[in-house]
Design a protein around this ligand. Structure first.
Ligand SMILES: [Zn+2]
Length: 369
């Protein structure tokens, strides 16, 4: 419990603070998402890593929780070359077959220590399956809200882990609203991969693993698919921490990839805006359901992180997504449609070293029609 007690939520917009034991899931002033202040046991001691547990918990000095009771052996996914310059990190080999396990394990371990009456989560699928699995591991009662039309394999998995499934009519935003209403009930821990910053301190291990596997370096470019930006913001946290610890000299460019059909962040970025543009959110269907987020709450932080890194936003069409899925399958990797977006965007790059995540198993969605 001590590690939790020393941690504080703070609002990046107005500086409001709250203790993490309060079950407060957003800033009461602006209703925005929290960032996290915690006393790290850092800096990371690279010389000690070889003898440590072979999961993301090996980076214990830089994590907000340590000595977890809730783990499924997550992390340490392989890095495999695809071309002379582009490599893939195989996060579809995580316990629930997506990178979301990196953050879900943090939320479930935090929830276990806070012992709420119930946990609620909302998701387009993969975060929900991850939270359901880790709540099962932690013996926490869990309800997961998903939008109608979520892949049957994902809802089946959520139910299999013993979570209550609530299918919400309408789009992803309607699902988020339903979950936030439920999250307001007393004794509820909202395991939000968007609002809870512990999630980002889990996803940052993606970059710590890259750094370790590349012998204490990072690639020139880290490309990530972006909907709510949870992997991108984790990557930005990790690169900032590695720089501050003197463990890297230069910041890799973060290249954020969105589906052209739902690309509010790419539009804002290329308009030079600091926040989402003031236009009605469109909800065109896309094969990349995992990143189809019309109005991401952490938009400002995502746009700032990509700019600070010297990176950019790219968009991919539905045809490019289909082609990339088939192309990866022809190379031996069967990846879900959201998880192929980065390969579709930067697979042909030859001038810099690039790492793309293959971050959801193909069996979750099947092959694109
Ligand atoms: Zn605030």
């Amino acid at each position: 419990m001590l590690a939790v007690m020393a941690s504080t939520y703070h609002c990046p917009q107005d500086g409001t603070r709250a203790d993490v034991t309060s079950l407060t899931w957003c800033c009461p002033v602006c209703r925005g998402p929290w960032d996290l202040d915690f006393e790290s046991a850092g800096p990371l001691r690279p010389g000690e890593l070889p003898g440590r547990v072979n999961s993301l918990w090996r980076y214990e000095e830089v994590l907000p929780l340590s000595s977890p009771a809730t783990t499924l052996g997550e992390g340490r996914t392989p890095l495999v070359p695809l071309t002379g310059t582009v490599s893939a990190k195989l996060d579809f080999l995580m316990p629930t077959l997506s990178f979301k396990d990196r953050g879900a394990v943090m939320l479930a371990e935090l929830a276990r220590r806070l012992a709420p009456e119930r946990v609620v989560a909302d998701s387009s699928g993969n975060a929900g399956t991850a939270v359901a699995a880790y709540c099962a591991r932690a013996a926490l009662p869990c309800t997961v809200y998903v939008p109608e039309g979520t892949s049957a394999k994902k809802t089946e998995q959520i139910r299999a882990h013993g979570a209550r499934l609530e299918v919400v009519p309408g789009n992803r935003e309607a699902t988020a609203r339903a979950a936030r209403t439920a999250a307001g009930a007393p004794g509820t821990f909202y395991a939000s991969h968007v609002f809870n910053p512990y999630f980002l301190h889990g996803t940052k291990t993606y970059v710590y693993e890259l750094w370790e596997d590349l012998g204490g370096r990072l690639p020139d470019v880290i490309a990530v698919p972006v909907g709510n930006g949870t992997l991108l913001l984790g990557a930005a946290l990790a690169t900032a921490e590695l720089l501050a610890q003197g463990l890297i000299d230069t910041r890799p460019a973060l290249v954020a990839v969105q589906a052209e059909a739902v690309s509010p962040l790419a539009a804002a970025f290329h308009a030079g805006a600091e926040d989402l543009l003031d236009v009605p959110a469109t909800a065109t269907p896309t094969l990349a359901e995992g990143i189809a987020i019309p109005s991401p709450p952490r938009a400002r932080a995502i746009l700032a992180a990509v700019r600070e890194s010297g990176g950019t936003f790219l968009t991919v069409t539905e045809d490019q997504i289909r082609a990339a899925q088939l192309d990866l399958a022809a190379r031996g990797f069967y990846v879900e449609t959201t998880g192929v977006a980065c390969w579709a965007a930067v697979g042909g790059w030859t001038d810099r070293s690039v790492v793309v995540p293959l971050c959801g198993a193909g069996l979750k969605t099947g092959l694109a029609a």
